[in-house]
Design a protein around this ligand. Structure first.
Ligand SMILES: [Cu+2]
Length: 112
């Protein structure tokens, strides 16, 4: 009888863990914490303001269709790696309603 209770408890615990993990992944995706690299072309760089204008493809983690728009960067030094007119790959997240680029690099560069 004790063994049976133990097995039932273990199964319950495993199910609970699996559900918790799945819920966390979904929550992270909705917050944009799990972000894919998106392709884009640099239209304009404003280093003083820490902003970059990108013509970008679909951004799956933000559910955003292709368009041209201005983004803030997490750190102004990120802008040193790219140039106007260049094809880039970037990672953007939604930080409390504000889209912030966390990572950006020339599309030709190998991933780190
Ligand atoms: Cu956009």
């Amino acid at each position: 009888m004790k063994v049976r209770i133990l097995i039932v408890s273990m199964v319950a615990l495993i199910c609970y863990s699996a559900v918790s993990a799945a819920v966390l992944v979904v929550a992270a995706q909705q917050d944009g914490l799990v972000a894919d690299m998106t392709e884009g072309v640099v239209r304009k760089i404003d280093k003083d303001a820490g902003k970059i204008t990108l013509k970008h493809g679909e951004i799956k983690n933000l559910n955003m269709p292709p368009m041209t728009m201005v983004y803030s960067v997490h750190d102004k030094s990120l802008l040193d790696a790219v140039q106007t007119g260049e094809k880039v790959k970037f990672k953007v997240i939604n930080e409390g309603g504000k889209f912030v680029i966390k990572e950006i690099r020339p599309a030709a560069a190998p991933p780190e």
